[in-house]
Each structure stands twice: as C-alpha cells, then as structure tokens.
Design a protein around this ligand. Structure first.
Ligand SMILES: *Cc1c(COP(=O)(O)O)cnc(C)c1O
Length: 388
C-alpha cells in the first residue's frame, strides 16, 4: 500500500483519449450509452459506470476515492457542503422515533439540525459533556442508533477519546459517526479507533484556500450504499467543478497541514507566554487537559488555537477591533489567518449558561492559523493585545 501523500497525488480517474497528465474537469450532467442493452444494464446497476450527475461523476469519484484511501474507508459519497453530508447521513440512516447521543459542543448548524429540524421527523438528541465520557452510557436509550462527536471540538478545541467512544458504541451496538473536519484525514483517522462513518466539511482545510464548499461521508460499503440511495433521490450532490478543485487540493493537503500545524503551535506558544491571557487551548501544548489523548490519536495538533483574554466579552470584542492583518471571517482552515469571537457571533444565540457549558467564556477568541509567515501573524495578535 502506498503512503498518504502518494495516494493524494497518484489516485486519478482513467485518462481520456487525450492522455492528459492531470485530471480534466468533467462538466457534464449525464453520460451516453452504447445501445439499449447498455442502457438497461447500467440502470439495473449490473454495470458500474457513470449514468447521471446526481448519482456519480468522474471528478466526484476521484475525490471520494482519495478520501476513502486516506481514512481507510471502503466507500463514500461527496456532497455540496459539509452540512448536506451531515444531514443526508442522518436522514438516510435514521427512522422516525430514533435517538442520537451527541457531544454537546458540535458545529453550530449541526446543533441547529438536532434542535430545530430532526425533531420534525421525531428524531431526538441527548447530549454528553465534552469532558465527561462517563456520561455517554447514561444518555443511551433503547431507541438510540448513533453516537455523534467531533474532535477537536469547535470552538473550545477540546479533545474526545475516540478509542473510548468506539468501545462504547461497539458495546451497545450503535453507529459511531465522527465529524473529522478540524483534524482532516491527514492528522486523524477515526475508523482506526472504531468509527463507522467519518464526515468532513471539505470547505475547510481540504479546500484550504476558502474558495469552494463541499462535504463527504465515508465508511463501510453497506452504510454508504444507504446514504448513496438516499442522496441520489434527494439531490445534495457535489458539483463536478468543486470536486475537481477539492481533489486537486488534496494533492497538497499533507504539506499544507504540516505548515498550518507548525504555525499554530508557534502562535499557541506565543500566547501561552503572554500575560494578558488566562488560558490557551491547543491540543499539542502540554498544558492542554487532553494532551495525552491528542498525542495518541492525532499526528499533529491542527490549526485552531483558542485563548481567553482577561476581561470577558468586551475585551474579546476590543481585541477583534484591534486586529489589522488577520481576517474577521466565519470560515476556518484557510491560507489566511482568521480570528473570531464566538461569544458575540457564532454562539451569540445561546444563553450564557449553555455557552459556558460548551466552554465558550466571554473572552474566548478562536484563531484559525493560516499559512502567512507566522511572525507576521504573531505580530498582529501582539499589537491587538497591547492596544486593548
Ligand atoms: C464548517 C463545518 C461544518 C459544515 O460544513 P459546511 O461546508 O459549511 O456546510 C460541519 N462541521 C464542522 C466541524 C465544521 O467546521
């Protein structure tokens, strides 16, 4: 078996008659058949081939095949966004009356899906706290089907022990579904630790330059078949253009993420030694409460650093106003460093109590460290802290 970087670069759809070196963009919504028998056999799925763009497309297949190799998965399906991957995975696998046990701090729209939309189909969710995996088993009910988690979590950068979650899921015969967006398949492969399905928002580090949306779910062939059948009937397919961009982006994922992590560690170390900061959270800092678990399951610490400025919400907002170079933006995992203040933006709708439960203190700032020269990033953060 070849290595991660080689798979990322050398996994390619078959060349056309033009013998192109890099994969062309297959901007076509449908494919033609030789004759009536070819058409019949293709529709009957006796032949594995491209039929219609809502089902498959060569660019999508190449992107999915790469992610499968990286995650150690049998099969996958690519979606128009990370959220369509999350929604379609639940919608395909759950029935009315089913129940999800999820970590409390999940991505905002995933929380919205659990709270506002899945209940319309009588699918309910109970939450366990990030730092209390003892709580998971207590939340399991007779109708529970899925344990759902993200690690590292957003925006508090907590780490969940994936191996332990895998054992709990196995013991209770539940599916473990992991949103692996913050780690990328380069840093962490949840299937190794017992996950049944892995979801990515490809919009983030996989694209890596803040240009296109995309999502993907990978796992066993049986589960992906269910997700595929649901999706080909409901239409959340990734566009071939975005698949082409994302597959190309995977060729450089390893080198980009290595550099993102190197820069993020330097930013975290700078912040740790700065006296106006109460707390710095970065998985590969020894001071991180789950440092040992992070080391066990991740290759490097990722590109997200969270820290708390003394002085609460007002200080967090002032810090953002002082920023000169870094971007104030909703994205993450971009080449450009992005700074956000969750308490007044993404998580502003939560009550203070709920916010504190998911680790979002008023002065918490989240930095998605980019690929600029890290000295310039640190300089910007430093002047913003000094001018408070
Ligand atoms: C961004 C994100 C999503 C949603 O992805 P989109 O591509 O924006 O739909 C899901 N999970 C996590 C952890 C994310 O950061």
């Amino acid at each position: 078996m070849s290595h991660f970087e080689t798979d990322a670069i050398r996994t390619q759809t078959e060349r056309s008659q033009f013998l192109e070196h890099s994969t062309p963009l297959y901007l076509t919504s449908s494919f033609v058949f030789e004759d009536a028998e070819d058409m019949r056999a293709s529709f009957a799925e006796e032949k594995i081939r491209n039929v219609y763009g809502r089902y498959t497309n060569p660019n999508n297949s190449e992107f999915v095949e790469k992610i499968c190799k990286m995650e150690g998965a049998e099969a996958g399906y690519a979606f128009a966004s990370g959220m369509s991957a999350v929604f379609s995975t639940f919608a395909a696998l759950l029935n009315s009356g089913d129940h999800i046990v999820s970590v409390r701090s999940v991505f905002g729209s995933t929380h919205g899906l659990f709270t506002n939309f899945l209940p319309k189909w009588n699918i309910t969710t109970s939450y366990f706290d990030t730092n209390n995996l003892d709580d998971v088993e207590a939340k399991i009910q007779s109708n529970t089907k899925i344990i759902y988690a993200e690690s590292p979590t957003n925006p508090a950068v907590d780490i969940l022990d994936l191996e332990r979650l895998g054992l709990i899921a196995k013991k209770h015969n539940l599916l473990l579904v992991i949103d692996n967006c913050f780690a990328t398949p380069y840093l962490q492969q949840p299937i190794k630790f017992g996950a049944d399905l892995v979801i990515h928002s490809a919009t983030k580090l996989i694209d890596g330059q803040g240009r296109v949306l995309g999502g993907v779910t990978v796992g066993s062939a049986d589960l992906i078949r269910e997700i595929y059948l649901f999706s080909r009937n409901t239409g959340p397919a990734l566009s071939p253009f975005n698949a082409w961009v994302l597959s190309k982006s995977l060729e450089t994922l390893a080198v980009r993420v290595d550099k993102h992590c190197e820069n993020a560690l330097k930013v975290a170390q700078f912040l740790e030694n700065y006296d106006r900061i109460n707390l710095v959270k970065y998985p590969f800092l020894k001071s991180h409460p789950q440092y040992e678990i992070a080391k066990k399951q991740m290759k490097l610490g990722g590109n997200i650093v969270a820290f708390e400025i003394k002085g609460g919400i007002d200080s967090g907002r002032q810090f953002l106003n002082n920023i000169k170079m870094c971007s104030l933006s909703a994205n993450l995992g971009d080449t450009r460093t992005i700074v956000t203040h969750p308490a007044s933006t993404t998580h502003a709708k939560l009550s203070e109590e709920d916010r504190l439960e998911v680790g979002i203190i008023g002065g918490l700032v989240r930095v998605s460290v980019g690929l600029e020269n890290v000295e310039d990033v640190i300089e910007d953060l430093k002047q913003a802290l000094q001018n408070e």
